[in-house]
Each structure stands twice: as C-alpha cells, then as structure tokens.
Design a protein around this ligand. Structure first.
Ligand SMILES: [Zn+2]
Length: 215
C-alpha cells in the first residue's frame, strides 16, 4: 500500500495522514520531518541539506529525493507508506518513478478544498501575542471574546494568516499541483475526496478508496 497525499495548506492533510497510518499500520513519511531528522542525525545527505539551508537556498528536488529514498529503506516501510509533502512538483513525481529510483505509488489521494474554505479556515485563526495560545473564531473561539482566556491579552492575526498571504500560498500550490494531478490522473491512480466535510467524513471517504484498492 503505497500512497501519496495531496492537498492545499489548511486541508487537514497532516491530520488525515496520522489517522491513515494508524488504520493501515504503515508510516507517514512527511518530507519536512525527515529532512529535519536527516539534519539532526547528521546523515551524509542530511549534512548537504544543512549546508544548503544555511546558505539560504532551497533543498533541491534531487536531494529531497535522496532523503526520501533513505527513509523508505527503513524496515517499517516494507508493507507500504504514506507520502506527505512529496512529490510536490511534477519533476519530483517523474524522478521518483524513474527506473533508477523506482519509488512506487499505488494511488494518490487529493484532498480537495476550495480556496474560499481554506481562506475562511486559516484567516479565522487568532493567536495570543503574550502566551502563544491559539484560537479560531469559528471552531475554537476564546470565551473572552477578542482577548486571551489564559492571560487576557488582546488576540492578533498572524501575518501568515492574512487572506492576502493565504491566497498567495494557494496560488503557488495550485501552480505546482495542477501538473502533478494531471500526471497521476493520466495514470488513472488519482482519487479526489471532498475535504470541506468533517474530519471523520474525510477519513471515511479515504478509507472507502483504500478498501476498493484492496479488493
Ligand atoms: Zn495569552
């Protein structure tokens, strides 16, 4: 069972990955996390990644691929894996399926959430500048209105959560992901779930797809 999860920031991809890992008994390979671990453990590729980041550059597609390949050699990946955050681009997707890399993908689940919904989810976040506690105007409001429950400080919107910044991130995401979803759609391994529903409803849709694959 080799799965790729796609979805925009704020789609709940990380949460779904955790639930799927539990239900399927296979690990989630989150690119951000394994890069951090490779750096921490000072593996050969981790050292290169560290130098790259310290120079203020982006870790290349090739290097990310090497780090992912290293991680997939671990014993816990023998029955499959869930890739979260990789591939991010068409170039990465093509590279991983090349003959020399041969990283298999059985199917791809795309968590589809409209830009409007993402903006309303992320722009509703509020944070306490004093103690760091986070709230959401709809799903997790403070009982003290626009003030922090814990310390009484006035809550603020982080710059990253402003609608303009979110829309810009979404624009970049769509530009990178559209060729990727086309690529997987042509291979007939792309499945789209409606991510605007509740967490459990989204998990149910995903499990339904997984169940059909196993038959
Ligand atoms: Zn506070």
């Amino acid at each position: 069972m080799k799965l790729v999860l796609l979805g925009p920031p704020g789609a709940g991809k990380g949460t779904q990955a955790v639930k799927l890992s539990e239900k399927l008994g296979i690990p989630t390979i989150s690119t951000g996390e394994i890069i951090r671990n490779a750096i921490k453990n000072e593996t050969p590729v981790g050292k290169i990644a560290k130098d790259t980041i310290e120079r203020g550059e982006l870790v290349s597609d090739e290097l990310v691929l090497e780090i992912v390949k290293d991680r997939l050699k671990d014993d816990d990946c023998k029955d499959g894996y869930i890739l979260d955050g990789f591939p991010r681009t068409l170039a990465q997707a093509e590279m991983m399926q090349s003959v020399e890399n041969n990283i298999g993908v059985d199917f791809v689940i795309n968590i589809d959430v409209s830009d409007d919904e993402i903006v309303s989810r992320l722009s509703g976040r509020r944070v306490c500048p004093s103690c760091g506690k986070t709230y959401h105007v709809v799903s997790l409001p403070s009982s003290c209105g626009d003030k922090c429950e814990a310390c009484g400080e006035k809550l603020i919107v982080r710059k990253d959560d402003s609608p303009e910044v979110i829309l810009n991130r979404l624009k970049v995401y769509h530009e990178l992901t559209a060729p990727l979803t086309r690529f997987y759609d042509e291979q007939k391994i792309l499945y789209t779930v409606k991510g605007a529903e509740s967490l459990d409803a989204v998990t149910a849709q995903v499990m339904d797809i997984v169940g059909r694959q196993r038959r």
